[in-house]
Ligand binder design. Structure first.
Ligand code: HEM
Length: 358
């Protein structure tokens, strides 16, 4: 089977002519909306995924894998400490009554290997398999659209969820297919612990190329998949997480979908869903999360203000790939630098799991 997987080489990435200019424009717009959010809150929040719903300590258990999956972090059986931040996608703190995609950021502590940036492993996943705005050019269009509607974020979020059809038409007018991202926004009331979270874009998987996802594994979180949570209030998502982990733990399966065809499973356009019949999601590790206080005051401050998660915090064998991933290098750095500076917080990486407050 291994011979059918596309081997990684640097030329699977194709740099666009315009990338430098588009990156500068995207950063500028994001910085300006981020400064406005600071002025409103008098506290700096993330440029994206500003609202947290829970912080979890757990373990990533890598078993003995079939040979083709023994790559990078997954090369040999091991158990790593992880810290997870659950969030909603917008770069401002809105009520949970407003639909939003959810995010799961995973930091793996104590990974050895050559670093892309001098830090630990970051995995950033969201509960939608593709990014409609899957290239840097389309992302620039999205950011422009968001900026125009920045004064009315609640309207924009609702509109994107399909409640009002106007923005969907505006998106089409911009030449962007309203794909999985917009459809995903409509699933806002599903329980966030029952969702499957995706990297959306590709990463290097040692000798190969893959998209990564985390799917509910233990019965208790599988039972939450697609479960409507009923009436939603401002902080319902946080309450659901806290309530669950007060008594129970959870397990998620980390999976890799290896690229078998660069045409049908492109690296440069994250809007294309990699077909499962061409390559299934193969289990690579288990995330084990014990019962705990998922939102103590000390943990919230540490997780929101001290920690930063970044897909480029990782080892060379798992380098993020494609234009949407390349623009993230500067975007995450700018956002983290600004909020650490404005909140007067140290920019440190946890050397061990004990650094995360209970
Ligand atoms: C490939 C698709 C993407 C996924 C799956 C993704 C996912 C996430 C997640 C889960 C977080 C929350 C991290 C945390 O909890 O600390 C996050 C934060 C963030 N994202 Fe993305 N993202 C994607 C693409 C992008 C792009 C294209 C940009 C901008 C060019 C971007 C900019 C940001 C920024 C600035 C932050 C906040 C960083 C910080 O202040 O620490 N993301 N993203």
């Amino acid at each position: 089977m291994a011979q059918t997987y596309i081997g990684y080489s640097p030329d699977v990435e194709v740099l666009g002519e315009d990338e430098e200019r588009l990156t500068a424009e995207i950063l500028e717009i994001m910085a300006s909306t981020n400064r406005k959010a600071f002025e409103r809150h008098r506290h700096a929040v993330r440029d994206a995924h500003a609202k947290s719903h829970g912080f979890l300590k757990g373990e990533l258990v890598v078993p003995e894998l079939p040979e083709h999956l023994r790559q990078g972090l997954f090369a040999r059986p091991a158990t790593y400490s992880v810290v997870i931040r659950l969030s909603s996608a917008p770069g401002d703190i809105h009520s949970d009554t407003i639909p939003a995609p959810r995010g799961m950021a995973i930091k793996v502590i104590g990974v050895e290997g050559e670093r892309l940036l001098p830090d630990d492993q970051g995995r950033l996943l969201v509960n939608i398999p593709t990014l409609s705005f899957g290239t840097i050019g389309k992302y620039r269009q999205l950011i422009g659209l968001l900026e125009k509607n920045a004064q009315n974020p609640a309207f924009l979020q609702r509109a994107m969820a399909g409640v009002a059809r106007g923005v969907e038409h505006a998106v089409e007018a911009l030449g962007i297919e309203p794909g999985a991202t917009l459809k995903g926004l409509a699933r806002d009331n599903a329980h966030l612990l029952g969702e499957t979270y995706h990297s959306m874009a590709a990463i290097r998987f040692g000798d190969y190329i893959a998209k990564i996802s985390a799917a509910p594994l233990s019965d208790n979180v599988r039972a939450l998949t697609g479960k409507d949570v009923g009436a939603v209030e401002d902080a319902t998502m946080r309450d659901l997480v806290v309530e669950h982990f007060r008594e129970q733990g959870a397990e998620y399966q980390l999976r890799a979908q290896l690229c078998t065809d660069l045409e049908k499973m492109p690296v440069e356009d994250a809007a294309v869903l990699w077909p499962e019949d061409l390559s299934p999601h193969q289990p690579i590790a288990t995330l084990r999360i014990p019962p705990q206080d998922a939102y103590s005051p000390a943990r919230r401050v540490y997780g929101d203000d001290v920690l930063s998660f970044n897909p480029w915090h990782g080892i060379r064998e798992h380098q993020p790939l494609g234009s949407i991933m390349r623009v993230r290098i500067a975007a995450y750095e700018r956002s983290a630098r600004y909020r650490h500076e404005m909140n007067a917080q140290p920019r440190v990486e946890p050397a061990s799991i004990d650094a995360i407050p209970d």
